[in-house]
Design a protein around this ligand. Structure first.
Ligand code: THU
Length: 128
């Protein structure tokens, strides 16, 4: 994979803790300086406390002081590429704005979206 962000998302997927769903996901964020921040899904025996790969990546980066992002990649093992869930779209919108999101699978198939197209009419701080 030529794109280091896609490679990072695929590599992060290897760390997924998904013993319940067996559905392993990796995510990677590129910050404004070109740095890469990764996450994987982390499941929980209560199921409801599971956190998706995208939110793990965002929260890791935010907790390290990073605030500006320009790209996101999400990796999963599905023929029809896996998009971020609704909760992750909200979090990505609030912390990343209208970022470019690349979806990828293990065969290297990719699709690129803008978050505004996946998440139209978002609620955000502008309404508060
Ligand atoms: N999951 C993610 O980590 N990201 C997505 O974009 C979709 C879903 C996780 C949550 C859960 O651990 C498993 O995939 C099945 O829903």
């Amino acid at each position: 994979m030529n794109d280091p962000l896609i490679a990072a998302a695929l590599a992060a997927r290897a760390h997924a803790f998904a013993p319940f769903s067996k559905f392993r996901v990796g995510a990677a964020l590129e910050d404004a300086g070109g740095g890469i921040h990764t996450g994987c899904n982390v499941e929980n025996a209560t199921y409801g406390l599971t956190v998706c790969a995208e939110r793990v990546a965002v929260f890791k980066a935010i907790s390290e002081g990073v605030r500006n992002f320009r790209r996101v990649a999400v990796a999963a093992d599905t023929a029809s590429l896996t998009p971020p869930c609704g909760a992750c779209r909200q979090i990505l919108w609030e912390f990343c704005g209208d970022v470019e999101i690349t979806l990828v699978n293990l065969q290297g198939k990719t699709e690129i979206y803008q978050l505004k197209d996946l998440f139209p009419k978002p609620f955000d701080v502008s309404y508060l």
